[in-house]
Design a protein around this ligand. Structure first.
Ligand code: FAD
Length: 366
């Protein structure tokens, strides 16, 4: 039987960041992922600069062999209306990455033993740890398997949860599309739903175009996504053949009651339900929680009981609870539709609101 100190289930940004935080600690760390890297991940691929600084990624070195699209501004509008505002920061305020490349880069450099193409199928609690799939023994289990993380599910976290649902498609532009595409790489386009319960995006990264839509309300997502696509096509003449959308769900911080630390386990990233309530950004919280988990593991000095791991839950709360939790779509739930549409068009028509609230506060945390 293989034996590790720490087994991380899931090799997305939360799992690989945790492993990276534990590198050279003397601990035997392994990652188990059901997929083989490089693998695709349904995502817009927008990251704020803190992701790179926390992970000590040199943008120049990273961009040598991968797409790293600098973002200097945004176009913001409201689906079904002619509202369109542009905010130009005149400097780089975010990046676009391709998850297939980004996650592969992170997992390859984190120095953990990698068991890829192996899903977690069976989990048993034994004295002093866990046995995974009857083959791997570990003293501590880190659940980093995303929203449907098998560790979280094994621990009984199956309660009804109010997840954000989102769909996207990412495809390569051919030479003609490259010339015709009206979307500029440095200026992604974000369009809010008129009921303010979600937004769509159109984001050009190098030779790729990513189009998607996410909503706090799971009902009718495919219809909303197609309305958005029709809107883009009509507005921008975006006529290229667009591949089918792929979808996924995840939790915004404050909407989950999952215990994220306990006797012999920690949950990180989407498994813990940490995405930003305002923008739906999940990569930064995944990285931050992975690194925080590594810090707590190191200070636990080899004792992985509930008392030693509890500081992780406290530190996550300190970090994320202070972040303003208001999100327009939640407010939207309590207002009649016509009021919402009126309020949305007034607010999204205000360049002050777009720049100071939507972008500086909700999306860029400036
Ligand atoms: C359509 C869409 C667009 C998004 N756009 C953005 C964006 O632009 N910017 C942003 O910051 N966030 C975005 N997000 C959110 C972001 O994708 C997630 O928050 C982020 O991927 C969370 O990282 P993670 O490491 O926790 O989980 P994941 O990235 O989901 O990684 C989980 C890993 O666990 C593995 N796994 C799952 N089950 C098992 C199992 N049984 N056994 C073994 N391994 C398993 C999976 O193969 C996967 O590799 C978007 C989400 C969606 C759905």
């Amino acid at each position: 039987m293989l034996s590790y100190d720490i087994l991380i289930v899931g090799g997305g940004p939360s799992g690989s960041s945790c492993a990276w935080g534990l590198r050279r600690s003397g601990l035997e760390v392994a990652i188990l992922d059901k997929q083989v890297f490089p693998r695709d991940k349904v995502c817009g691929g927008w990251i704020t600069p803190r992701v790179l600084s926390l992970l000590e990624i040199d943008p120049v070195e990273y961009a040598c062999r991968r797409i790293l699209q600098p973002i200097r501004g945004f176009k913001i509008g409201c689906i079904g209306t002619s509202i369109r505002q542009e905010a130009d920061y005149g400097k780089r305020v975010s990046y676009g990455i391709v998850r297939r490349q980004f996650d592969d880069y992170l997992i390859k450099r984190c120095e953990a033993h990698l068991h890829e193409g192996v899903g977690l199928l069976d989990l048993q609690r034994v004295a002093g740890g866990w046995i995974v799939n009857g083959k791997i023994r570990t003293r501590l289990l880190v659940g980093a398997g995303g929203h449907f993380c098998p560790v979280a599910r094994h621990l009984g976290m199956r309660r009804a949860e109010n997840a954000v649902v989102a769909q996207e498609t990412e495809f390569e532009l051919d030479a003609q599309q490259w010339t015709d595409c009206p979307v500029r790489g440095a200026t992604p386009e974000l369009y809010f739903c008129a009921d303010m319960r979600g937004y769509g995006w159109c984001f050009r990264k190098g030779n790729l175009l990513n189009i998607g839509l996410g909503r706090a309300d799971p009902h009718g997502l495919p219809e909303h996504a197609h309305t958005f696509l029709r809107f883009l096509t009509a507005r921008d003449g975006l006529s290229q053949k667009i591949p089918a959308f792929r979808g996924h769900a995840y939790l915004l911080y404050g909407t989950s009651s999952r215990p994220i630390a306990g006797d012999g386990f920690l949950l990180v990233g989407d498994a813990a339900g940490l995405a930003s309530p305002q923008s739906g950004e999940g990569i930064l919280p995944a990285v931050e929680s992975g690194l925080l988990a590594a810090e707590v593991i190191l200070s636990a000095n080899g004792s992985y009981g509930g008392a030693q791991l509890e500081p992780y839950a406290r530190r996550i709360e300190e970090r994320f609870n202070g972040v303003n939790r208001e999100w327009a779509p939640r407010v939207g739930r309590y207002l009649p539709d016509n009021w919402l549409r009126f309020a949305a068009t007034r607010l999204l028509g205000s360049s002050w609101f777009i720049r100071n609230v939507v972008l500086d506060r909700w999306f860029l945390h400036l």
